[in-house]
Structures are given as C-alpha cells and as structure tokens.
Design a protein around this ligand. Structure first.
Ligand SMILES: Cc1cc2nc3c(=O)[nH]c(=O)nc-3n(C[C@H](O)[C@H](O)[C@H](O)COP(=O)(O)OP(=O)(O)OC[C@H]3O[C@@H](n4cnc5c(N)ncnc54)[C@H](O)[C@@H]3O)c2cc1C
Length: 388
C-alpha cells in the first residue's frame, strides 16, 4: 500500500496534456508568495472595478479548483470523475453574506444540490456551512450564552428553520449531509443545532454529519459525550473528521483576549488527536459513520491500515475519504482505484462570489509547507512519464 499515492498515471488519468500543463503553471505561480499577494490584490481590485477579468480567472485558477458557476455546470466534472469511481460533493462556495435574502437563496441552492444527489449516484453527499444560512454574530452570541434581543431571537428561529428545512430535504432524498465546522467561538451554537438535527433525522442511519476539527484539543471528549447521548436515545452519529482550517485566527484571538487557545500545542499533538479519534470512530462503527477530510497521505495510509485491521471492507458505506477538487488527486484517484469510497468537494458559484474561496486555496497552497511542492512534484513526474 505504501507507494500507491505515487502512482501519477492513475492520479492524473483524467487530465489531458493541456490540463496538466495548466496545473503545472498554476502551482508554480501559487508557490510564489509575493505573486499570490499581488495577484490577490489586483484581482480583487479588477473585479470591484468591473474590469473584464472573469474570463482570465475562469481559464486559470477557477477551472482548476471549481466545478462551474452553477450546479448544472458541474455535472460534466461530476460525471467525468465518477468514471474513475470518485464521487462529488457539490459545494456552493459563496461566503461572507449577511442578509436574510442571501441566506434564503443559499438555503434553496443547498436543497437543490440535495435534489441533484437524489438523482445521481455520483453525488452521495451535500454540504453547507452554518454561517451560509445565518449571521456569524448570532452564532457567536449564542455560543457565548449571551441574551438575544427579541429581533435576534426571531432571526435565530429562522436560522433553525433553515437548518431543519435542509436536513429534512436530505432525509427525504436519502442523501447524507455534511455540515462544515468554522471558528470555535461560533461553533457551540452550530454543534447544538446539528445535534438536534441528528436526533431528528438520524434514527435509521447517519444522514446528518457534524464536523470535528482535531486541531482542537476538546473535540475527542465532545465526541464521546455525543456518542453517549446517541447510545441512550438510539440515533446514529455522522462525523466528518478534519484537522481544522482556522489555526492562525484561533491562536491570534486567544492571545488577544487572553484565554487558553482551543488549539493543540503542536502539529504532532493535532496528528495524534486525529489518529486517536479516527480509531475511536472505527471502534464504534455500529452507530457512527465517518467521512475523513484530509490531504495527508500518512493519515490516509493509517486509516486504510486501521480498516484492514478491523476487517472493514474498502467500500463499506459508513467510511468515506474526501479531498478538495483540484488538490491531492494522487490520494483521491489511487484510493478509488483500490475500491475505497472517495468524494471530492466540488465548489461552484459565480466567479466573483467564490473569490474568497479561491484566495484561501491559493494562500493555503503557498503557506502549507510541502503541499505545493508535493503537487508540483507529482505533476512534474506525470509530465515526465508522458514524455517517455
Ligand atoms: C473534504 C474536506 C473538508 C473539509 N472541511 C473542513 C471544515 O468543515 N472545517 C475546517 O475547519 N476545515 C475543513 N477542511 C480543511 C482541513 O481542516 C485542513 O485545514 C486541511 O485539510 C489541511 O489538513 P490535512 O489533514 O489535509 O493536512 P496536514 O497538512 O497534515 O495538516 C495541516 C493542518 O494541521 C494543523 N496544524 C498545522 N500546524 C499546527 C500546529 N502548529 N499546531 C496545531 N495544529 C497544527 C492545522 O489544522 C493545519 O490545517 C476540510 C478539508 C477537506 C479535504
């Protein structure tokens, strides 16, 4: 198993030579930090000034990391990936909205992606971000046990209603639903709401999945608590396990407000926390389904080894691996080739609206040590192989 992630022929089988060259060029650019900074500023300015840059963005970074501007647009990519056994999670990646109208529109769009999943085997999951359907500040206030004004309480009731509408749609369509985790200071309100939804919709199987960020040292304990509740009340738990995406922000805020950071002291501690929790998820498989969102090869190898050790078959419907579209194809396609369940997050939305997502991907690939060089090295290896 050790070397399967180095098989670039399988990893890039769906990429034409031109697409491979584009990916090479893109990751070369992204590796250059000043270029990413300048590029981000120029692109933001150009979009605000309504300069005709959308075509350029689409032809480069957008098409590499996104499925399209709308859900229909994504179907070509969905079908293509599925020919190699890789499924899709349509991710409406419009972020940072603050108005009721926008939350209502996002709710309708998420339900649309669920309906798509009902009709297509290649789309087994839907996904949404809690703050995509309600204001961040509301989640934050509730998490801090602050009293809401009457107006805010009514607003929160609407957020709850949206959660319920989305989860019910997933339940009716029999499509599993991943709910992303965000900053720790808004997460308690989201956790409580997701638990409520699990109680309501997970009595036959895990439809609703919460996300645990294992860079937080308190999440393993939290999992044990909700498992007790699920055992007592007789419902299933769905867990998406990730390391966590807001590390710097979390540590900075904790320092600023002088409280203990919710983040593990080191990367090694996070890794250990991730591994221990993964083992716990497998041990309690009778009522827990797991989706592992990671680009870490070692983690994936460990998960595969654990599955073998516990005699869990590769295609067991309660275990999934997930990566982001445009990244770590060597993991996704090689795992799928070996018969494991793999689904890639496929972001979509109008070019202007998914810019924050694209900028994060560019910055992450600049800052995460090793990530870009690994992508570049693999792409290069495949270019060389094809030349031969
Ligand atoms: C399908 C999918 C879904 C995702 N959904 C979410 C989500 O809902 N919410 C969310 O927050 N993130 C989400 N992520 C992002 C994820 O949390 C990670 O940021 C990202 O995947 C990198 O972690 P890794 O396991 O892939 O790789 P690695 O490169 O092994 O790990 C990097 C991660 O380790 C942790 N880390 C790094 N340095 C330190 C340190 N000094 N101390 C402690 N910890 C450290 C950080 O979490 C960092 O992101 C998702 C990722 C994927 C692939």
């Amino acid at each position: 198993m050790e070397d399967i992630f180095k098989n670039t022929q399988v990893a890039f089988a769906l990429k034409s030579d031109t697409e491979l060259e584009r990916a090479y060029f893109l990751f070369k650019m992204i590796a250059n930090e000043p270029l990413v900074r300048i590029g981000t500023a120029v692109t933001n300015f150009a979009l605000k000034a309504h300069l005709p840059v959308e075509g350029l963005i689409r032809a480069t970074v957008f098409d590499h990391f996104c499925g399209g501007v709308n859900e229909q647009d994504c179907l070509k990519v969905v079908d293509k990936m599925f020919t190699k056994g890789v499924s899709s999670v349509l991710d409406f990646s419009v972020e940072g909205k603050e108005e009721e109208e926008q939350f209502e529109a996002a709710t309708s769009m998420i339900i649309k992606t669920i309906t798509f999943g009902k009709e297509k085997e290649a789309i087994p999951f839907a996904v949404f971000k809690p703050t995509g359907v309600g204001r961040f500040i509301l989640f934050e206030k509730i998490s801090a046990a602050e009293t809401l004004t009457d107006g805010e309480q009514k607003e929160w009731n609407r957020v709850e209603a949206r959660f319920d509408l989305i989860c019910k749609a997933a339940y009716d369509a029999d499509v599993s639903l991943l709910i992303d985790a965000e900053e720790s200071w808004m997460q308690k309100a989201a956790d409580d709401l997701v638990l409520k939804m699990m109680r309501k919709y997970n009595h036959v199987k895990a439809i609703v999945f919460n996300t645990l960020q294992m860079y937080r040292w308190d999440r393993y304990e939290y999992l044990k608590v909700i498992r007790e509740i699920a055992n007592d009340e007789g419902f299933y738990i769905g867990i998406k396990l990730v390391r966590g995406a807001y590390l710097e922000k979390e540590n900075k805020r904790a320092l600023k407000h002088n409280y203990r950071s919710p983040i593990c002291k080191s990367k090694e501690e996070t890794d250990e926390n991730f591994n221990t929790t993964a083992a716990y998820l497998f041990e309690n498989r009778e009522n827990i389904a797991a989706f592992f969102g990671t680009h870490n090869e070692q983690s994936c190898l460990l998960l595969v080894a654990l599955m073998k050790q516990k005699a869990i078959s590769a295609n067991d419907s309660s275990v999934w691996f997930g990566q982001l579209y445009g990244m770590s194809d060597n993991i996704s396609y090689n795992l799928a080739e070996q018969g494991y369940n793999v689904a890639k997050y496929l972001p979509f939305g109008p070019v202007k609206d998914v810019m924050p997502y694209l900028i994060r991907r560019a910055e992450e690939n600049t800052s995460v040590a090793g990530q870009t060089s690994r992508e570049l090295q693999l792409i290069n290896q495949e270019r060389e192989r094809r030349k031969r």
